[in-house]
Design a protein around this ligand. Sequence first.
Ligand code: SF4
Length: 327
Amino acid sequence: MSVLLEADSLVRIYSGRSGLFGKSTPVRAVDGVSLKLSHGETLGIVGESGSGKSTLGRMLLGVDPAQGGTMRFDGRPMPAIGTAAWRALRARMQMVHQDPLAALDRRLTIADQIREPLDIHLIGTDTTRAARVANLMEAVGLRPDQAERFPHELSGGQRQRVVIARALATNPDMLVCDEPVSALDVSIQAQVVNLLRSLRHQTGLSMVFISHDLKVVRNLCDRVAVMYLGRIVEEGPSETLFANPRHPYTQALVSSVPEPGKRLDGRVILQGEPPNPAKRPTGCAFHPRCPMATDLCRDNAPQLHALGQGRTAACHLVADAAVAQVA
Ligand code: SF4
């Protein structure tokens, strides 16, 4: 599969303040992240809250500017935000947000909202836009009689279908979905995930799927990147990463997913809360919570190390084991 999006060493720094009169401290929300997304691929990005995954999602769309690093989309450097070239490219990259009610305009009908991107990007005529809206509504499982309704007249699952239809209106190459099902009831979550899966098969869409729900990610994604405090600590094909997580943080996350018939007493329990991003621990940022931390981990930050079969992990122990295997 050819590469659609390529990000290299992305950095995003916010200014954090502890307390009303506290000193401003730089917070590296995204700290040197590199990744690739191929045509037709779904890449899951997982991690606890504060790991930087939503910031990364916005950066991949060019909505949140990178302060370091580079991005290429379909082989070309990403244009500067706000330029005509960037606005044209935005039609090819769309976002699905967590809260459909917040993402929709309560004063506009469903049909008008789905049509909006076509109006903004001047795609088609009045007639073709109306036909496109009708097709999109059918594709996401909305009834024609819902076209003139307003968001508050629909259920949460139906509203998310509207958001997905609107995101697909311009026929994009890439969707960034940020926790698209976490605000929905469990029964509706499966419907929306199945919808995304079938749309991907029908249209060849590439997707970045940001979620804290590892079960959904395992179900939907081809590859997974695990983030901790702004950095990717493990990445690999979904199947092998979930079957054999190598980084201790990934092991704890994967082990916390309940599975029918699986005993709970062998679970790796993640200790403590994620550290304050403004006070990043020295060395490996995970060391205060890692049951396998050594002195080396406290002083030296591990780099991402290739493990073969498309997998990487940033952990001294994993790197040592990989070297021992080769020797
Ligand atoms: Fe744990 Fe050390 Fe690996 Fe970090 S580098 S995950 S502290 S073993």
